[in-house]
Design a protein. Structure first.
Length: 99
């Protein structure tokens, strides 16, 4: 199971730099094509939220919208989010399609 880091997820969600975005999409597509499940550690999800609020100056509601919108992190198809640290089982969710 491949773990995704904050930078990969940040590029996917913000779409603010096309070259790293293409690299992130390519990496994810290669892993999915190989049949791997992608994993987001709790620490990465927390850091991703912190970066959105500090660097991009998004408020809590904007971050939640970003995570849950059409191409957001919570709309993924082959992704496991680590929830064990908070006493709940992992939850499989999906990755947004390219487009």
């Amino acid at each position: 199971m491949a773990a995704l880091d904050t930078n990969v997820l940040l590029r996917l969600l913000m779409r603010d730099d096309l070259e790293p975005l293409a690299s992130a999409q390519r990496l994810i597509n290669e892993r999915l094509a190989a049949g791997e499940t992608l994993f987001v550690p709790v620490s990465v999800a927390l850091e991703l939220e912190r970066v959105h609020r500090s660097r991009f100056e998004l408020d809590k509601a904007a971050v939640l919208r970003l995570f849950s919108q059409q191409r957001g992190l919570l709309r993924a198809v082959a992704l496991v989010v680590d929830r064990g640290a908070v006493g709940r089982p992992d939850r499989r969710i999906g990755l947004p399609a390219d487009g």
